[in-house]
Design a protein around this ligand. Sequence first.
Ligand code: ZN
Length: 428
Amino acid sequence: MRLYNTATRKLDELPAPPGPIRMYFCGPTVYQRIHVGNARPFIVSMWLKRWLEHQGYDVTLVENITDINDKIYAAAPGNSAQFAADASEWYIEDTGDLGLGRPDHEPKATETVPEIVALIEELIQLDLAYPAGGDVYFRVDRYPEYGVLSGRLDEDSARNPSEEEEQSSLKESPRDFALWKGHKEGEDTSWESPWGAGRPGWHIECSAMAEKHLGPVFEIHGGGLDLVFPHHENEIAQSRGAGREFAQLWMHNGILRFGGEKMSKSLGNVITLRDALGEWGPETLLMLFLGAHWRKPMDYTDETLAAAKARADGLREVFRNPSEPGGSWGELAAALDDDFNTPEALAVMHDWRDHDLLRRGLELFGLGSLAEQEEAPAELDELAQRRATARADGDFHEADRLRKEIEAGGWEVRDVAGDSGYRLVPKA
Ligand SMILES: [Zn+2]
């Protein structure tokens, strides 16, 4: 299997099964209900985990929850810890409703502070970091590989853009970024450290959580495309700087656009995952994501959602008709093993009429429910039997009346070859 690697800018081959494949994906910062765009790394990583496991890999997926962050203090002044705990629960609940299962580990930054502090101490000893006025900063000039992942190799393009840190006069260089932030007025949580009370910076949280659960080297690191710089560049500098091999392959999923722009809270064009699930249901949402290649941008519009719903309905319809042999699992595997091409996999499945094959394919993506047909109520089935008898007797007037009665009950009757001569399907 091969996947596009941001670090090498080409398709790289994964080791042969059983691997192991250890994966770390950056999860959400919990300061609101997550929006549909935030769900993309979760969906892509869970699908990939399911596919790799199906292929015989030993997979460990870690997806963190960032529950210490500036945005959380801003969202819930004076109540940040409780708010972050609640928002973590919302995230688990909303992504749980997608029906894809959960990552193997979902560590929180608040549970990882001792490991974070230890890693910062190591970096200070290596002269890669320096304390300054209660903060600790990473000394970018001491890490010559800085900027290689993102291609931002010169000083100006590699300035670390955090507003708060930009204003800090404590930094030796604008490229430096905070590993530890001293406690500030108005922040209602803080942790003890050798540099005084404070809290970790966002980037070091991920370096420490990945190592804690996966060890010093792992196969895949993923996250949204907007995390390449500075977040992932900084993770690399911290972990490789401290002598860890860290991630081998970097996967960055494309953004989700809404109203032509990236869906983001700062732009104010946000649909929460919860609202999207309420309006469209998990099948349509998953079908929308399935139809887009993970690396490409995708659009969340009424049109793309209607098209996704039509695709789901089309596949559901296959199970209402007799199963026909044809198609091969190998076509699906070829699409997924080639850079996890889910739109191609979907196109392959659309041609399948073999119920078993199609059900197995859909189950990979959490869409097995499309194969589950509702049973018609017994009284409607009785009407359908009477209709079949009426037809056999040549009483087409009565047969037509019974058909309408069945339709009034929300079902339609179809004439098919076979024992009963009919099949009941829910009315579209
Ligand atoms: Zn991260």
